[in-house]
Design a binder for this molecule. Sequence first.
Ligand code: ASP
Length: 356
Amino acid sequence: MKRIVVLILSAAILLSAALSFAEGAQGEAQDSPRKPKIVVLATGGTIAGVGEAGKTAGYKPGSLSAEELLSAVPELKDVAEIEAIQVCNVNSDDITADIWLTLARTINELAQDPDIKGFVLTHGTDTMEETAYFLNLTVKTDKPVVLTGSMRPATSISADGPMNLYESVRVAASDEAVGKGVMIVFSDRIYAARTAAKTSTYSVMALAAGETGSIGVVRDANVFIYETPSKKHTVSSQFDVSGLSALPKVSILYFAVDADPGLLRYAAENSDGLVIAGAGAGEFSEKWIEIIKDLSIPVVISSRIDDGVITKDNLLCANTVAANNLSPQKAAVLLRLALTEGPLSPEQLEKLYLEY
Ligand code: ASP
């Protein structure tokens, strides 16, 4: 009798265990895996541009809201849980240091939230490379930060914005993109902030990265990153903008035949630092040498040529610093940040231009 009771009890325990296992399995099947959370920070640009239906030019950038941009890509709801923040809504030629500081601070604050996987910034293409490089040097997170935009306004035939936004969210949500610094995703390609540049005034392939090329590609849901940027960025960058309300003023002077030395003198008197977009390997006329050699503000020498490098041996004036392979506009971003650390000798500046 005792044995029968034990047997019945064991059978009951086994049955209830089997039932609760089956319930658990059913519950798991119903709960789909949690989607990564991505924050989209919208700043304007052509991607938010509205104009005459079908046309690619003569539109107003920065017209659509972040929500309107996202609603054009319903596929995103299967990729990520998205939080949208409208930071500003401007043509990217109206981006300011103020906006840069707001972006860096917002990302640095939100990056502390363990639920957030990555960030996407929508931005005009004209100055996208400058914002990307600034953030590359000032955000303090390994989480992916991706900038994107478009060349055709939302109202044109075959607008490129929705696909660029979709691919950017894919990259920001991917494990592969962690620790790669700030990136630009454009027309299926992934670029590192340091080397990306706008290279066309009209083509949808408007972003490129000169001699070094893209670091990866996106194909539908797949993100492939083949290269890791080697210069210092994000968590290894020394630049901390958390307490800043403005950035030093740096002017870029473009050299050409007969370039007016008066403009150079004016810029030197009204700036904290200068970047020269020299000819060839950072060269300029005797008239410019006469002025530049006596300047006491930092002067960084870059080139109006897209590809190539400028080294210390190329310099025409001993008080200047080579920008290495940074474009004039990127050299200016680094100089503005460097100047926030107080007065620097040409040797200290030279080190920064080699490290970043
Ligand atoms: N002018 C526009 C901007 O930079 C161009 C673009 O977004 O493609 O905001």
